[in-house]
Write a protein that binds this ligand. Structure first.
Ligand code: CTP
Length: 211
């Protein structure tokens, strides 16, 4: 099968010296790419900046911004059977980019932000993707409820939900504890390394029938 996986944070530039980003390390997405490749699948990994090595045998596309990730996903989508959106895409970006470094001026500063394109939300509705679609939900409360809402709104076949209010798992951590939310059920995976969790997710991904 052919897998497309997004990973890592995006960077939304403000001026030549500054950007908005988040705490994603990219580990979960890279582990998924490695696990899918290990199982013999073709894998394209589209990632924002991380400190990680690309797993051997994986096709790699580096992007910086949400818009670049959106464009790369759209371009790489033909022929993809399973898409897993593990990237922590910035939801907002600065409205204006300043070609010159912004100088400090006064005690306060207001930044105006605008929405970035919703890549997961565009998969079915804009790109017409008909394969298996897997999203991630990082929540601090009501994790399953929000994950189920996301699953329905974005027409996913599975949402991997994790609780980012816990410091021992998720962001920056080598371990994770997730719930796999399907249209008709929820499956809980025990706390484990991201590599082991990735193997389970890939197994599920290959047996889901998208329609
Ligand atoms: N995602 C995406 N493009 C974006 C934002 C998010 O593809 N611009 C994907 C992420 O990769 C992840 C999923 O959407 O798979 C969850 O992101 P999140 O921002 O939590 O989803 P929202 O539905 O925007 O929920 P919230 O109400 O929490 O903002």
């Amino acid at each position: 099968m052919k897998f497309l996986i997004t990973a890592g944070p995006t960077r939304e530039p403000l001026d030549p010296a500054r950007y908005l980003t988040n705490r994603s390390s990219g580990r979960m997405g890279y582990a998924l790419a490695g696990a899918a490749r290990h199982d013999g699948h073709d894998v394209v990994l589209i990632s924002g900046p991380t400190a990680l090595d690309v797993p051997p045998g994986v096709d790699f596309i580096h992007v910086e911004t949400a818009q670049e990730m959106y464009d790369a996903v759209r371009d790489m989508l033909p022929g993809v059977d399973v898409a897993i959106m593990a990237a922590a895409v910035a939801d907002y970006r600065p409205v204006a980019y300043s070609e010159r470094k912004i100088k400090k001026d006064g005690d306060r500063m207001v930044l105006e932000l605008e929405r970035t394109p919703d890549i997961l939300g565009s998969m079915r509705s804009v790109f017409g993707f008909t394969g298996t679609l897997i999203g991630f939900a990082a929540e601090t409360n009501d994790v399953e409820d929000y994950a189920r809402g996301k699953l329905e709104r974005k027409q996913c076949n599975m949402v991997v939900a994790n609780d980012v209010s816990r410091s021992d798992i998720g962001f920056d951590s080598r371990e994770n504890e997730v719930a796999l939310v399907f249209p008709d059920r929820v499956e809980y995976l025990e706390k484990d390394t991201k590599e082991h969790i990735a193997m389970h997710i890939i197994e599920h991904a290959t047996i889901i029938r998208p329609q």
